[in-house]
Design a protein around this ligand. Sequence first.
Ligand code: TRP
Length: 362
Amino acid sequence: MSKIILTGDRPTGKLHIGHYVGSLKRRVELQNSGEFDKIYIMIADAQALTDNADCPEKVRQNVIEVALDYLSCGLDPQMSTLFIQSQISELTELSFYYMNLVTVSRLQRNPTVKSEIQMRNFEASIPVGFFTYPISQAADITAFKATTVPVGEDQLPMIEQTKEIVRKFNQVYGDTLTEPEVLLPSNAACLRLPGTDGKAKMSKSLGNCIYLSDTEKDVKQKVMGMFTDPNHIRIEDPGSIEGNTVFTYLDAFCKDEHFGLYLPDYQNLDELKAHYQRGGLGDMKVKKFLNAVLQEELQPIRERRKEFEKDIPYVYEILRKGTEKAREAASKTLADVKEAMKINYFDDAELIKEQAEKYANQ
Ligand code: TRP
């Protein structure tokens, strides 16, 4: 069986380093591993509209931002198909058929939908489109017969729901769809990178993000202002690394080699942590180290972005070509689905013959 990746992001803002360690970096590694037969990376603008109906312009403007972030991280259009969700009407059509296989109460139990409803104060007035987006996400995944979906932890319930839809479809209509597997980050810090303020999640509205497109100066400033251990007041005080954002970021980004380069007094992160916990290590020194580590990772991304920014029409052209390719794959799956559901009337010679005979014999 071929190995196929599908994943994507809602274009509601520039991507940040939480997206990067949570999924983007992994995608690039998977792409370069050569282990996958096909890789589809989707800019989920239609999904973004399900909770941004009033701000279509925000979504429209951010499509290119996400595309630039993808390309600058090293997604290569020769190896990965980058495309825009709304341009593939087959996905909407699939969603419509899958809707019959899912109950309202099952959607209400989806933990991601639940917490998003709370976050957006939708309790009293949930848009139907938003409520049903897990079904559309199942369409995204199955349209490409994806076997592997690399995403952040918050997307787990979506993949669970997709699996259920696949099983139900195959059970009712015969084996047609492929059940996907989720691929989560292996490192706990990468699973859910907190905001620079220590809050559970990076979010644009909280103003606690480090963006992939931030300048060197921005990154440094944000790192220097990061949340640490509020009880670690004097350098001599023992410090805590639990919930200390600077150390969480180091867990996500730092490699042993970084010490030789930027902080040769220590061999590895465990030594640094031990010193901090003992007391005698100041926040500033740790932050400077984190800044060096982050800059090393972000510098090449920033430089590639600059290059792509010089030729925006070319970036749209990449998306157009990718979208055409993705549409071909999705339309094949839609044809399979309609055949399985026996709603392919005009291609169903058997049906036409059967009906003709029925009437001929009357
Ligand atoms: N829900 C994802 C997000 O919030 C975006 C997305 C849409 C997606 N369809 C998908 C991710 C299919 C993986 C697979 O960013």
